[in-house]
Design a protein around this ligand. Structure first.
Ligand code: FMN
Length: 347
């Protein structure tokens, strides 16, 4: 009880700092082992454990890509209760990303807008960080996804993804191909038509030569229309892709937004994209076969919202923005609520 109060107060204090500074500070603390003590009893959640695309998850709530882009704090992020962590987006070569400022808190809307532009320390460093974690800190049941991207100045985006898959396949429990960030020019074009087919062919070719082939997912935008989603799902299913992460941030700006930062450019996240993300999930579920797996992400901030996503056909959920606003206790709170409110029949 007291612990929870302290966590909530420190989250409020952190939210007074400029957003990217607060983010870097928290990551710095986590990477150095300053981690709040939460009483999470994994046994309590054994009812929600599940196997998805051949990987065992102790419960269905993970940390979405973008928080720990360089895999610096994996060990301690697991202590906050996430059952899986998606690191990245990682680009082959290090890059700074877009100019500052590039992250905004829309406090009144409990939302964020970011145009980070794939700030990444690159594949070599991230691979080394994951290797070190695996050797020194890995505990059974901890699942790491690696989210791959392309460098902004690359001449061949497909080649960047191929390089990522080749480098990371031995280290990741699953791989996400991020072709939906709104902050890298031209990237979202890979979600459609011949571009998508060419990318899938290239990925399947490289995977055939890898000794380990972790499940491969694509992360899509919530701004795709229904027809585009249906076409994308069919193409991915035919190519043998394991599933989708639905969804990334949105370039839309719902009229309900009231923060003065709502006109900033970039991707919107948090509750204002909940409906969009959920509609995209439902469309995917309608056209995809049962064995095509879906990780739902976008505006999930409560046990009720997570449960709705499972009812709509998600196998796992991730969150990011509610972690920023609610702080370290968010996973524990959601899991506790799922148990206490009897929301567990959600598989
Ligand atoms: C600051 C920030 C950085 C992000 N960076 C990435 C990224 O590098 N790769 C990615 O696939 N998604 C990234 N995302 C998107 C999240 O993973 C997630 O899909 C999105 O925020 C919706 O979930 P939420 O409403 O729970 O935040 C980022 C989101 C935020 C807020």
């Amino acid at each position: 009880m007291l612990n929870n109060l302290i966590h909530r107060q420190s989250t409020r204090v952190l939210n007074l700092l400029p957003p990217e500074l607060a983010h870097n500070f928290v990551l710095w603390l986590l990477a150095r082992g300053f981690v709040p003590k939460l009483q999470i009893n994994p046994i309590m959640f054994s009812e929600v454990s599940r196997d998805v695309f051949g990987v065992s998850f102790s419960h269905p709530i993970g940390l979405a890509a973008g928080f720990d882009k360089d895999a610096r704090a994996i060990k301690n992020l697991f202590l906050l209760g996430f059952s899986f962590i998606e690191v990245g987006t990682v680009t082959p070569r290090p890059q700074f990303g877009n100019d500052l400022p590039r992250l905004y808190r829309l406090r009144e809307d409990c939302a964020l807008i970011n145009r980070m532009g794939f700030n990444s320390r690159g594949l070599n460093l991230v691979s080394r960080n994951i290797e070190t974690w695996r050797k020194k800190h890995y505990k059974p049941g901890q699942v790491i996804g690696v989210n791959l991207g392309a460098n902004k100045d690359t001449l061949d985006k497909v080649a960047d993804y191929v390089q990522g898959v080749k480098r990371i396949s031995d280290l990741a429990d699953y791989i996400t191909i991020n072709i939906s960030s709104p902050n890298t020019p031209g990237l979202r074009g890979l979600q459609e038509g011949d571009n998508l087919v060419r990318l899938l062919d290239a990925l399947n070719n490289i995977r055939a030569s890898c000794s380990k082939r972790p499940p491969l997912l694509f992360k899509i935008s919530p701004d795709l229309d229904q027809d585009s989603i249906c076409q994308l799902v069919n193409t991915c299913v035919n190519a043998g892709i394991d599933g989708l992460v639905v969804s990334n941030t949105s370039i839309s700006r719902p009229s309900t937004l009231s923060s003065k930062f709502s006109t900033e450019g970039g991707g919107l996240s948090g509750p204002p994209i909940s409906n969009l993300s959920r509609e995209a999930l439902k469309t995917v579920r309608k056209v995809a076969p049962d064995n095509f797996k879906i990780i739902s992400v976008g505006g999930i901030d409560s046990a009720e919202e997570a449960t709705r996503r499972f009812a709509d056909g998600a196998h796992l959920v991730q969150l990011y923005t509610s972690f920023i606003y609610s702080g370290a206790v968010v996973v524990k709170d959601i899991l506790d609520d799922m148990v206490n409110k009897g929301l567990l029949e959600c598989d």
